[in-house]
Design a protein around this ligand. Sequence first.
Ligand code: G3I
Length: 300
Amino acid sequence: ESIHAAIVAKGKQYFGTCADQGRLSQGQNAAVIKSAFGQVTGENSMKWESVQRTQGQFTFSQADYLANFAAENNLLIRGHTTVWHSQLPSWVSQIRDRQTLTNVMTTHINTVMGRYKGKILHWDVINEMLEENGGFRSSVFYNVLGEDFVRIAFETARAADPDAKLYINDYNLDQASYAKTQGMVRNVKKWIAAGIPIDGIGSQGHLTSGQGSNAPAAMAALCGAAPECALTEVDIQNAQASDWQGIVRACMQQKNCVGITVWGVRDQDSWRPQGNPLLFDSNYRPKNHYTTVLQAINSS
Ligand code: G3I
């Protein structure tokens, strides 16, 4: 039984996973994605270093592959990500001048989002901009433009694809009382009140054993700060059933949580394979945790 179909039956938009051409052309990944999932997020193919490694030279072959796979198989797409300090070419991180960086950032957003205009459900417009203490991470965007980079990025994104929901995405937002979670809530409320077009908060959800029980309260806080919210990159190292139950409930209990994305199909293909963090085993068979997720959705 498909976890995507189950979650849609409960009023959510998707259960998704990350994927790119490499994985999609390997083994049973494409078949598993078509049967269990309803949304794909580019694991790497839409990031800055993938699409504009050299200034002005855009390469979309990998991103197009993903977009075409999604279109052919009726899958939604989360666009990941336009503005991020990591996987960012050094020609960008070396910029020290406000006007140059503004032009470079807006050109990047316009070109990437423009190419897939109307085809992407969500864009992670800004990824991982906060420090663990809830303050702003030092990045070329923050250091050169200050907090203004948030407004510039979201306003540019809104104009580039008015139909896409625009997200701010981050990790370690898994506990309500944690300073970073509170910093996200505080800042997003402030930015939305100031008219910055943010539609949603994405909580990545990279967890380890025992953390799932905190997820519902954390999502309640995040989902209260924006029109919508999502769990965007879930994996749980050494998970107990209660961890997967907690993460599923965290979304199901919030009316405006639109869906859950896991960060990969098979354990061994995870960016951190230790602790078997995903829902499928090495033979592409659904693990017990898959059944746990399905039951948690169906009983919510
Ligand atoms: O593209 C090069 C390729 O040319 C080279 O041959 C190969 C050799 O190692 O490396 C390739 O780059 C790798 C890239 O994935 C594409 O496969 C990088 O080394 C590797 O570091 C990179 O890892 C990705 C990581 O983001 C980078 O920060 C992971 O696959 C990806 O799962 C991970 O995803 C991030 C999210 O985007 C944001 N949140 C955290 C999450 C986990 O780190």
